[in-house]
Design a protein around this ligand. Sequence first.
Ligand SMILES: NC(=O)c1ccc[n+]([C@@H]2O[C@H](COP(=O)([O-])OP(=O)(O)OC[C@H]3O[C@@H](n4cnc5c(N)ncnc54)[C@H](O)[C@@H]3O)[C@@H](O)[C@H]2O)c1
Length: 255
Amino acid sequence: MQVKDKVVIVTGGSNGIGAAMCRRFAQAGARTVVVADIDVQGARTLAAEINGRAVRCDVAKEEDVIQLIRQTEAACGPIDLYCSNAGIILQGLIEVPNADWQRIWEINVMSHVYSARALLPGMLERGSGGFVITASAAGLLNQIDSTSYSATKHAAVGLAENLAINYGDRGIQVSVICPMAVRSLMTRKGGGIAALDGILEAEQVADDLIAALNEGRFMVLPHPQVKGYLEHKATDYERWIRGMQRLRARHLPSL
Ligand SMILES: NC(=O)c1ccc[n+]([C@@H]2O[C@H](COP(=O)([O-])OP(=O)(O)OC[C@H]3O[C@@H](n4cnc5c(N)ncnc54)[C@H](O)[C@@H]3O)[C@@H](O)[C@H]2O)c1
């Protein structure tokens, strides 16, 4: 899929990876870029910069996601590409309270369900469309210091795989982005253990996504070493768990 002349929505578009995507899509000649975010002021500022549209949307609320999609269709026509990018991280292991588990589940997983459900019938009817989920390397490997982030990002990867299997041969381009640490608000305190392999700029992630869309590729790995780590995991799961335990003992002894 080429982004030129397309109608594109990016959730979590006001900051970090989403903002870099919005700028790159605008540079690549998208017809309309919709910056959708709960941070509406940030969305307005970026939309003014790239001549796009700003929409306030809390992706944890299905009615907000449906309204974002229907409003955009009414104003701009069918949505060609939807990047379900908004996400949060919560520090902590299993002790994190249920209300917080519910919140991260809704933002990191259900938001993708809400948007795919609202978009896919139209895309399938037209025989074309793109649906991108920003998951994380934590969804393929793990995030030692956040149980809820690890679980929800694994769910997001599984969801993206299932969409690609079911719709990828019916004109829908499904891609999933799985970076390690990227410079953004989320990593403003340094990125922690995810940053052991260095912090990438968000623009790199956006460039890698555009390349993957052009090639019709599912998996976007801005940190190429993630492929090797995943191969180690698949080859010997027991050894991989022991290696991760050593990493925890060395870098997060207080956990
Ligand atoms: N930064 C990293 O190291 C990293 C690594 C891998 C994956 N990711 C993923 O990338 C995505 C983008 O994160 P980022 O690093 O750019 O973080 P960020 O905090 O800089 O940006 C996230 C954006 O999402 C918005 N947002 C949060 N909750 C929302 C909600 N309920 N509804 C609508 N918008 C909401 C925020 O206002 C913000 O603009 C997330 O899904 C994150 O999990 C980030």
